[in-house]
Design a protein around this ligand. Structure first.
Ligand code: KG4
Ligand code: ZN
Length: 341
């Protein structure tokens, strides 16, 4: 089974071809970073137009690099949400056109499900597993029981963790996107310099909160006589606070998962899972709890189309095919993923 995947939900225009034996035949990601950088964040209308300009070429390149032609595909998958609606429309319309012309099944993939299932592409994991999903728009802990079968343990009550990284970067005068910039700066910094709060730490349950941390970072930086001199220390102290929060909340989730399913695997996925410090702290937590730990390689944590193609394969195997009139969903919670079209 071979599936073409398309991802256009944010600021990456991406296409990939993946086979059901977990071989990635091609994986092309065009980042629109340079187009959004002057604005310090993703501008939806610019993103939508840029997807439109690049999508045909990116799909052509993914197909060429895979060495197969459209006739050899078994399906075409595209992100159907959640995300910026203009971009999702571009990817979904492209996928529908390919499906129609080549008479292929269409798979409308939930972007979060694509992140959630990536560990099965990279690590051949069995269901169920515990997932910490940390991206620019989401921060959740879930038990992943199968495609379309998720039970939500907890989620952020305010900001997503990637958003907290991006806002902190802005406050520190670091370039967009904030996550990688904060991680780089933190390498040179003293993580104990600033005692930032760890909201929710020690509380029962698996919910998160990052707004208090963000406010504390803002206040601290505004009070500094020369913020530029303290950027590295602030970045390191912020990152340490995030790590402590994630470890505390995930520790509770491991306890709940163990009660429900026994020992298992902790999977860390989503763009923020590219962060080496956070990965190491979560791996150490899993180890201490006798859980296995899996995190896809960083390039498959940040947005890409190989994960969309793989989620398409998982759904195609189960016959979860979508109609050509599928309507993109700007909001699409994972525990609400339709099991059948
Ligand atoms: O999954 P993703 O690529 O896009 C969404 O679906 O949101 O995640 C993007 C988020 C951004 O907030 C970005 O700053 C963050 O992931 N990110 C990181 C790192 N790389 C990307 N955060 C912390 N450390 C990183 N190395
Ligand atoms: Zn994502």
């Amino acid at each position: 089974m071979i599936v073409l995947g398309i991802e256009t939900s944010c600021d990456e225009t991406a296409a990939a071809v993946v086979r059901d034996d977990r071989a990635i035949l091609s994986n092309i990601v065009f980042s629109q970073l340079e187009e959004h950088r002057p604005y310090g964040g993703v501008v939806p209308e610019i993103a939508a137009r840029s997807h439109l300009v690049h999508i045909d070429d990116i799909v052509r390149r993914a197909m060429a690099e895979s060495g197969i032609d459209f006739a050899a595909l078994d399906g075409v998958a595209a992100t159907g949400g959640p995300g910026l609606i203009g971009g999702v429309l571009v990817g979904m319309m492209t996928a529908k056109a390919i499906a129609l012309v080549h008479d292929l099944p269409l798979l409308a993939v939930n972007h979060l499900e694509a992140h959630a299932l990536t560990a099965r592409l990279t690590d051949d994991l069995r269901f169920p597993y515990l997932l910490l999903l940390v991206s620019g728009g989401h921060c959740q802990l879930l038990a992943v029981e199968g495609p379309g079968a998720y039970s939500l343990y907890g989620a952020t009550r305010d900001d997503a963790v990637g958003e907290a990284f991006d806002k902190t970067a802005k406050l520190l005068g670091l370039p967009y996107p904030g996550g990688p910039a904060v991680e780089q700066a933190a390498k040179r910094g003293n993580a104990e310099r600033f005692a930032f709060p760890r909201p929710m730490r020690g509380r029962a349950g698996c919910d998160f909160s990052f707004s208090g941390l963000k406010t504390a970072v803002a206040r601290t930086i505004q009070a500094l006589p020369n913020p530029a001199a303290d950027t590295a220390d602030a970045a390191a102290s912020f990152q340490a606070a995030v790590a402590d929060i994630l470890v505390d909340r995930t520790g509770n989730a491991i306890g709940r998962f163990r009660r429900e399913h026994g020992d298992g695997t902790l999977v860390v996925a989503g763009g923020v899972a590219a962060n080496a410090t956070l990965r190491a702290r979560l791996a150490a937590l899993a180890d201490a709890e006798s859980f296995a730990c899996a995190a896809p390689p960083p390039a498959l944590c940040t947005d890409n189309a190989a994960m969309v193609a793989w989620a398409g394969i998982e759904r195609l195997r189960l016959g979860l095919i979508d109609d050509l009139d599928f309507a993109p969903r700007p909001r699409w919670p994972l525990d609400d993923a339709p099991v059948a079209a």
